[in-house]
Design a protein around this ligand. Structure first.
Ligand code: GTP
Length: 226
């Protein structure tokens, strides 16, 4: 199964690929970690497939005379050319954890969506809503709407989680995000999509078992994740 980590820049994708991968290994699953971010300098884990072994942001900038943004867009095209190799490698292990490039718009809003590499296989997208971006219910609602936009663009089940949950504890004093929503916002979110229970994950391992269950439920025929 492919776990495709998506979310705004700095939302904790790399950290979860690392730590959730360790959790899965601890549960005796075979894992395969894929880094598709050619701009990243250092990683906390050793990827089994690393796009930087093929090209880096600097090499693309140099080769195609592009600035950093143009080079990131170009990298999507170059990764796309390697899609069969990546797919086949991922299929060999029980879980492949895919570390997507930092900028969500590059992954989802380009003509070629990187997530499409995995859409024909058993794959779940995990959309991270980082706690440090959530100061109030409008921020939360914004991230849920962004998640909804992502869901419209990708052809695979997509679950959402609050990442960096330890920061909520500091900022919100243990208050649950969902408890603080006004009735109007609740109704809006109910209107626009099926509900899913909200889970909180952080690099210290919090929420990993719930995330694991939710990933499996994403394939449940009843489709009820509440
Ligand atoms: P890009 O790929 O660059 O967009 O980042 P990313 O989404 O992969 O996020 P990354 O894992 O690099 O984390 C960004 C920053 O958040 C780093 O400084 C991490 O150490 C920090 N971070 C990640 N997870 C957590 C967490 O659970 N709690 C806290 N407090 N910080 C975290």
């Amino acid at each position: 199964m492919n776990l495709v980590f998506l979310g705004p820049a700095g939302s904790g994708k790399t950290t979860l690929v690392w730590k959730f991968g360790e959790f899965l290994k601890g549960e005796n699953y075979e894992i395969f970690r894929v880094n598709l971010d050619c701009a990243v300098k250092t990683l906390p884990y050793i990827p089994d497939f690393d796009i930087r072994n093929h090209f880096t942001l600097e090499s693309i900038m140099h080769r195609y005379s592009l600035g950093p943004n143009g080079a990131m867009v170009k990298s999507i095209e170059l990764i796309w050319r390697k899609r069969e190799e990546i797919r086949n490698l991922c299929k060999k292990k029980e879980f492949a954890l895919i570390d997507m490039p930092g900028q969500l718009e590059l992954v989802i809003f380009q003509e070629r969506k990187l997530s499409d590499i995995f859409k024909h296989d058993r794959s779940v997208a995990i959309f991270l809503m980082p706690a440090d971006l959530i100061e109030n219910e409008r921020d939360y609602c914004f991230l849920r709407l962004l998640n909804l936009a992502v869901k419209f663009r990708i052809d695979m089940p997509c679950i959402y989680v609050i990442s960096k949950a330890d920061l909520i504890e500091r900022k919100w004093k243990m208050r649950k995000v969902s408890d603080s929503l006004s009735e109007g916002i609740r109704n809006l979110l109910r209107e626009i999509e099926d509900s899913q229970r909200l889970i909180y994950v952080s690099r210290n391992g919090r929420g990993f078992e719930e995330l694991f269950s939710l990933v499996h439920e994403a394939f449940c025929t009843c489709g009820d994740l509440s």
